[in-house]
Design a protein around this ligand. Structure first.
Ligand SMILES: [Zn+2]
Length: 271
C-alpha cells in the first residue's frame, strides 16, 4: 500500500514507539572478558604431575575456552543468546502479580485465540524488540479488523485513528487507544486499523468492552498485530521513555504466572 504523508499528529506521536525494531536503550555491556583465568588454567596444567589433578586442570581449561568463546560472540552481537523464549540477562522481567486474580483479561473476545509474537523481554528477529522500557509489552498477531476489547476497565485518555494500514514507520503513524486507571497507570493498545477506534476520549469503559479494531499501522514490521502494554503513565503525552511498561498477567488465559510466553497461542476463556 502506498505510504501516505504523515499528518501533523505524527510528529506528536514521535515519542510513541510500541514496537521498536531496534534496541532503543543502550544494552548493558557484556561481562568483561578476561583471559587471565584461562591462562591460569593453562599454567596449572603444566604444574600437575598426578593424573587426577591433571585431568581436573584440563577440564577447567576446556570450560574456560568455552566461556571465552561464548563471551567473545556476545561482544559481537547485541542480544546474544536472546531467543524469543530465552531472555538474556540484559533485561530482567519479573514482578508479576498472581495471574488468577489479575485485574486484566486478554484484549480479545472470549473463545478467540491469538499468537503471542512478542512478549516479556523478547527480542524480535535479531535486532531488538520489546526491550528496555518496553520490555513488558505484548504483541498478538491478528488479522486487520479483529475486535479489540478493553483488558481492564478505565477511562479513555488518548485516541488516534487517522493513519492507514500499511503506513509503516519506525516512529509515529500508529493508531492507538490509551485507557487510564485510578492508580495512574495507563494501558496502551497499538496499531489499530484506520478509523478503527470505537470509543472517545473521556469514555468510561469496562473490561471486555469493544474499544477498537486491530490493524497494521505504525511500527509493525508490516505484520498486522495488536500491541498491548501497561505503562506507569500515559506514553502519548509523557513519552514512552518516561512511562516504562509494567509486568502484566491475565486472569482468563491459561496459567501465566510469569506473563504470557512468546510463541504460544492463548485462548480467551470466559470470565
Ligand atoms: Zn509491540
Amino acid at each position: 500500500m502506498a505510504v501516505v504523508a504523515p499528518p501533523v499528529r505524527a510528529a506528536k506521536n514521535a515519542g510513541l514507539k510500541p514496537c521498536a525494531t531496534q534496541v532503543e536503550e543502550p544494552l548493558a555491556s557484556p561481562a568483561k572478558v578476561s583471559a587471565s583465568p584461562f591462562r591460569r588454567a593453562l599454567s596449572e596444567t603444566r604444574q600437575f604431575t598426578r593424573p587426577l589433578e591433571l585431568a581436573c586442570a584440563m577440564l577447567r581449561r576446556r570450560r574456560m575456552r568455552k566461556l571465552l568463546t561464548t563471551s567473545l560472540l556476545c561482544l559481537s552481537a547485541a542480544g546474544c543468546g536472546g531467543s524469543p523464549d530465552a531472555p538474556t540477562t540484559l533485561d530482567i522481567c519479573d514482578g508479576f502479580a498472581p495471574w488468577e486474580t489479575s485485574a486484566f483479561v486478554l484484549p480479545y473476545a472470549v473463545n478467540s485465540a491469538y499468537f503471542v509474537s512478542q512478549g516479556n523481554c523478547s527480542p524480535v528477529q535479531s535486532d531488538g524488540g520489546h526491550r528496555g522500557v518496553k520490555k513488558f509489552g505484548y504483541d498478538f498477531d491478528m488479522p486487520i479488523g479483529t475486535p479489540v476489547l478493553a483488558a481492564r476497565g478505565g477511562v479513555v485518555l488518548q485516541v488516534e485513528e487517522s493513519h492507514f494500514d500499511g503506513q509503516i514507520a519506525f516512529t509515529g503513524l500508529d493508531n492507538y487507544v490509551v485507557i487510564t486507571h485510578d492508580d495512574g497507570t495507563a494501558d496502551l493498545y497499538g496499531h489499530m486499523t484506520h478509523d478503527g477506534v470505537v470509543v472517545s476520549i473521556g469514555d468510561v469503559v469496562a473490561a471486555g468492552q469493544l474499544i477498537a479494531y486491530s490493524g497494521n499501522t505504525g511500527n509493525t514490521a508490516n505484520n498486522p498485530h495488536l500491541h498491548f502494554s501497561v505503562q506507569t503513565c500515559d506514553p502519548v503525552s509523557r513519552g514512552t521513555a518516561n512511562c516504562p511498561t509494567l509486568p502484566v498477567t491475565f486472569r482468563n488465559a491459561d496459567p501465566n504466572p510469569t506473563g504470557l510466553q512468546v510463541g504460544r497461542v492463548y485462548q480467551a476463556h470466559p470470565y
